[in-house]
Design a binder for this molecule. Structure first.
Ligand SMILES: C[S@@+](CC[C@H](N)C(=O)[O-])C[C@H]1O[C@@H](n2cnc3c(N)ncnc32)[C@H](O)[C@@H]1O
Length: 264
């Protein structure tokens, strides 16, 4: 499957004037219609430093988490993957390396992130099995039952209405298809959570300022992690979208978690 970015991509999510509901953007309360534009701004600003910042902030551990995602997912030959909020392609590249004759579509609402992904050596090597699409997780531009596997890695906490994204995941998966989500989560031990919060709130925004010249975007990152539901609450949201056999695994004591569900 070879797809390219549409000629007239939705460059900038437009505010939804019809809604007076509010949501959170980090610790701020904002109108629902504003959030996508703010998130788009964050990832447009950090796109060209995104990969290096991931390595620095996590001391490379995000790579192990993404490998753990692949271990549990166990990609199979010929499968069709949709990687939503796929950014610079980390998940799609890993999936295609493990599954002969599989295809992957990377969808993201921030075109600059996809542009960075397409510059990577893996993108060139796998070009004939890889597509890049600008789009919104809450309104996927694909027919029902189009994919065998849906992944979203460190993306879902940025989405304005998470239930809408999960409903779309369910719709585009074929019956028997699988959802897997990698996301920051909550550490069950209060003492360890306290220590991790000290690191997150004191170190990561400063690192963002030094490496990406953007403190605010990394302040948003750490705040958005705190606003995301805990492991059990998020598992319930996945069940509410219709998925069965919903399970999760903590990574690094719960700093991150993998959630898996099946369209049965
Ligand atoms: C932290 S990055 C994750 C990138 C990649 N999946 C990874 O694991 O490295 C979050 C990505 O989510 C994208 N995103 C946020 N909200 C989205 C939405 N509603 N639809 C599609 N992409 C979205 C952002 O543009 C950004 O590229």
């Amino acid at each position: 499957m070879t797809q390219s970015t549409p000629k007239t991509p939705p460059q900038m999510p437009q505010p939804d004037a019809s809604s007076d509901r509010t949501t959170h953007f980090g610790f701020q309360t904002v109108a629902e219609g504003e959030k996508a534009g703010l998130v788009h701004g964050v990832f447009t600003r950090v796109a060209n430093r995104y990969d290096i910042m991931n390595d620095l902030m996590s001391v490379g551990i995000h790579r192990l988490w993404k490998d753990a995602m692949m271990d549990w997912l166990a990609p199979r030959p010929g499968q069709r993957l949709l990687d939503v909020a796929g950014g610079t392609g980390d998940i799609a590249f890993r999936f295609l390396k493990r599954a002969r004759a599989a295809t992957a579509t990377v969808l993201d609402m921030t075109e600059s992130m996809l542009v960075e992904g397409r510059k990577r050596a893996d993108a060139e090597d796998m070009a004939d099995r890889l597509g890049w699409i600008v789009g919104d997780a809450m309104a996927l531009p694909f027919p029902d039952h189009s994919f065998d596997v849906y992944t979203i890695s460190f993306g879902i906490r940025n989405v304005t209405r998470i239930p809408d994204a999960l409903a779309e995941a369910y719709r585009v998966l074929r019956p028997g298809g699988r959802l897997m989500v990698l996301e920051f989560s909550h550490i069950p031990s209060p003492a360890l959570q306290w220590a991790y919060d000290r690191y997150s709130f004191n170190v990561i925004p400063v690192m963002g300022q030094i490496v990406a010249n953007d403190r605010d975007s990394y302040q948003y990152l750490v705040e958005s992690i705190r606003k995301f539901p805990n492991q059990d609450a998020f598992a319930d949201m996945i069940r509410a979208a219709g998925f069965g056999q919903v399970k999760y695994r903590n990574l690094s004591l719960g700093i991150a978690a993998l959630h898996s569900g099946w369209k049965l």
